[in-house]
Design a protein around this ligand. Sequence first.
Ligand code: PRP
Length: 214
Amino acid sequence: MKDLTIALAKGRLANKSLKLFEQIGIHMEEMNDPDTRKLIFVNEELGLRMFLAKASDVPTYVDYGAADIGIVGKDTLLEEGRKLYEVLDLGFGKCNMCVCGPAEAEEYLKHHELIRVASKYPNIAKDYFYNTKHQTVEIIKLHGSVELAPIVGLSEVIVDIVETGTTLKENGLKVLEVVCPLSARVVVNPVSMRMEYDRIMKLLRGLRSVITDV
Ligand code: PRP
């Protein structure tokens, strides 16, 4: 029997996911070792393999079938836009994708002005401004610390994740519009779902039974 392969987005989501797996009796000991440089972990007894990948690469691994299952944030799924089955909301990693900026920028949004929007999520930003708001904007792709953009005059607003709101507050910015809620999701490769239906459903039922807050 082929191992089921699970790709986890590195970082906080992976740590929380591993705790969920432990609650349903799936232990991947070496994965919790902070000193290990190993990339892939196998539990032969359970026929499972797990690996950690950069969040934005998780949908790629699942799309190509290199992983049967992925655990990744809804932000990454929306941005990558791949055809995967999104089968479960794990209920953690909750936050919102928002349009943010200084209070003055509210007027630009109200009057649909041609503004510049900086974001690590250009596809989400485009989809929101073009398809939902029907507002023509210039999208500027950044790779991090996006809050800087309106402060130094690169853009009028940003589209970014807001969790506690601390980063915005400390930089004199605010939420102007909420694009959508986000959280950790389980995705499955459509072919794997057909070929390994029973094993995947068993795993999903297990995870569902220990999810506390959706
Ligand atoms: C994320 C996001 C915000 C911040 C929001 O950034 O892009 O900057 O967290 O969190 P808060 O509302 O709790 O302050 P991340 O920490 O991933 O760093 P980056 O911007 O450098 O990518």
